[in-house]
Design a protein around this ligand. Structure first.
Ligand code: FES
Length: 66
């Protein structure tokens, strides 16, 4: 449920991957929200976007993707 219409999703994913590379895999909601500040979701799905990024960051820490 990290996306609704998907319009903002490419930018959210690019921001999230960069965030994980810079700040690691254990990200607080506060840090994620601060880093997403310039990304607008016109569907206002921020709560699930933040949860998805936190889950994705943790999953990336368990694989060779990061
Ligand atoms: S999911 Fe529609 S703009 Fe973000």
């Amino acid at each position: 449920h990290g996306l609704q219409c998907g319009f903002c999703t490419p930018g959210m994913i690019m921001t999230a991957v960069d965030l994980v590379h810079r700040k690691g895999h254990d990200l607080s909601d506060h840090v994620i929200r601060e880093e997403l500040e310039g990304n607008l979701c016109r569907c206002t799905g921020y709560q699930n976007i933040v949860a998805s990024i936190a889950a994705g960051a943790k999953a990336m820490g368990k694989s060779d993707l990061a």
